[in-house]
Design a protein around this ligand. Structure first.
Ligand code: NDP
Length: 493
């Protein structure tokens, strides 16, 4: 890793046009929007503002190459080889990608270079390797017939992705969608389009045919909606807010009933029983889990449920371990927490902090905007005590460096409070009682349950939610199925 990423800034050249059918092009309207860095509020570049006309062009190119079969019907081993080359090129440009991510989105360079970019490369590699290793099936049908169950790529997939892990969320969709032979159109979030735009040409250089991977920067209401309503888009793969996830279900219902996979919000409970063990260590892991990425992680353990007998001690420890997450310059390699994604998100998060105070919760740590003189968007790590689960700050996804603590009496109340949420993405549970761990893991309605930790994410494990946290799973071999149609063919012998 370079000692000083700042010295690389003058060498950057921003890709700021749409990538359609193998070329960077201006939006059909000629319009652009400002790409602003939350580090200092300055404009990095002006990015093509795609809308319905650009969507039509990209979908036509995606469909044409899909029907031609140069990617969709080629030997899976060829897809593997090309995708591995694509991952190698991402690796070659890893420092540039990390810097783009940090400048665009405000996360610390240590996180971009040490987490997001390696994780993105790994996702492309992992699915590349899987491309020629997943077999189809023959069902146990009548002896005078053969019944084949085969998977075929769905067709044109639109990946509409958020700003919290821009390249990683893009790669979680691209990996399985490309490995199974689809044509993919990425619509990055308006706050963070730069890394998706940069990797488009790396994909082309690796040999991914024109039209198979396209990138349309623009706004959700125009470009995003046009993809969601397009009659020739076969699938939407979305990560973002629950509200916009519901829009995509409506767009699909009002257009061609395209497949919709959704990875949406979370308000993950982090249940700490009095028998859990070393409370200081647990408080540290819990604080780290919340404040990593400035709290902008859908599965962050932002809702502590702590047993009443250890409540005050535990909250004080979490407040202690919040302190090292003080926001600092994202380009400094020692910084743990950088900016939140933009000024709007900062106002939104500060609005929640105000709402918590107004509802009677107590700020046990943090609570304010900091580093105002930089022009950037920075908020202190914030811990709320005296919270009840019905408060707005305990029910809604804040998506900032804010954790709330609610207390419970016994197992039954812990499960009831954990389930008292519209979300079901992840639940965390700390106890030394193995029976309790098994019993409660079954009762918790969440796509991921983590016992005695809050970190459980790996490309090998499926990730997605119960309830309004989404539909379908990203990551693991399970994700490959959702980018495929399952076909049954009977052959009479
Ligand atoms: P959104 O859900 O609005 O954005 C996610 C993606 O959807 C972006 O590409 C966005 O485009 C697009 N989009 C937005 N509106 C529409 C629309 N009407 N039709 C089609 N596409 C659309 O998230 P926000 O950026 O607004 O963040 C708001 C809140 O959402 C956060 O505070 C957080 O609570 C939650 N969130 C959750 C995430 C998760 O990982 N679960 C990730 C990001 C946000 P555009 O660039 O215009 O916004």
């Amino acid at each position: 890793m370079p000692a000083d990423f700042r010295s690389l800034i003058p060498t950057l050249s921003y890709r700021n046009q749409a990538f359609i059918n193998g070329k960077y092009v201006a939006a059909a309207s000629g319009k652009t929007f400002d790409c602003v860095s939350p580090i200092d509020g300055k404009v990095l570049t002006h990015v093509a503002e795609c809308d319905a006309e650009d969507v039509n062009r990209a979908v036509a190119a995606a469909r044409a190459v899909f029907e031609k079969g140069s990617w969709s019907a080629c030997h899976p081993g060829k897809r593997k080889k090309v995708m591995l080359k694509f991952a190698d090129l991402m690796q070659k440009h890893k420092d540039e990608l990390a810097l783009l991510e940090t400048l665009d989105m405000g996360k610390p360079i240590s996180a971009s270079a040490g987490g997001d970019i390696p994780g993105s490369i790994q996702a492309i590699q992992w699915y590349a390797e899987a491309a020629d290793k997943v077999y189809d099936e023959i069902s146990p049908y009548r002896p005078d017939s053969v019944s084949l169950i085969t998977r075929e790529p769905i067709g044109v997939v639109a990946a509409v992705v958020p700003w919290n892990y821009p390249l990683m969320m893009t790669s979680w969709k691209l990996g399985p969608a490309l490995a199974t032979g689809n044509s993919v159109i990425v619509k990055p979030a308006e706050q963070s389009p730069l890394t998706a735009l940069r990797i488009a040409e790396l994909a082309a250089e690796a040999g991914i045919p024109d039209g198979v991977l396209q990138v349309l920067p623009g706004f959700g209401e125009t470009a995003g909606q046009a993809l969601g309503r397009h009659m020739d888009v076969d699938m939407i793969a979305f990560t973002g807010s629950t509200q916009v996830g519901k829009y995509f279900l409506r767009y699909a219902g009002e257009s061609n009933m395209k497949h919709v996979s959704l990875e949406t919000g979370g308000k993950s409970p982090n249940i700490v029983f009095a028998d859990a063990g070393d409370l200081d260590r647990i408080a540290k892991v819990s604080a780290d889990g919340v404040f990593y990425n400035a709290g902008q992680s859908c599965n962050a353990p932002t809702r502590i449920l702590v047993q009443d007998t250890i409540r005050d001690e535990f909250i004080a420890l979490v407040a202690k371990h919040a302190k090292p997450w003080v926001p600092a310059d994202p380009l400094d390699p020692n910084t743990a927490m950088g900016a939140v994604v933009d000024a709007d998100q900062m106002s939104r998060v500060l609005g929640y902090i105000e709402a918590g105070r107004n509802e009677g919760a107590t700020v046990a740590a943090g609570g304010s905007q900091v580093r105002k003189d930089t022009g950037g968007a920075y908020i202190e790590p914030t811990v709320f005590s005296d919270v009840t689960n019905s408060m707005k700050i305990a029910q809604e996804e804040i998506f900032g460096p804010v954790v709330v603590a609610v207390s419970f009496k016994d197992e039954a109340e812990a499960v009831r409070l954990a389930s008292d949420s519209i979300y079901g993405l992840q639940a965390n549970l700390w106890t030394r009682d193995v029976s309790r761990a098994h019993k409660l893991s079954r009762q918790l309605k969440a796509g991921t349950v983590v016992v005695n930790n809050v970190w459980g994410s790996d490309i090998t494990n499926p990730f997605g939610g119960y309830k309004q946290s989404g539909i379908g799973r990203d990551k693991s071999l399970h994700a490959m199925d959702k980018y495929c149609q399952v076909k049954n063919t009977y052959i009479q012998l």
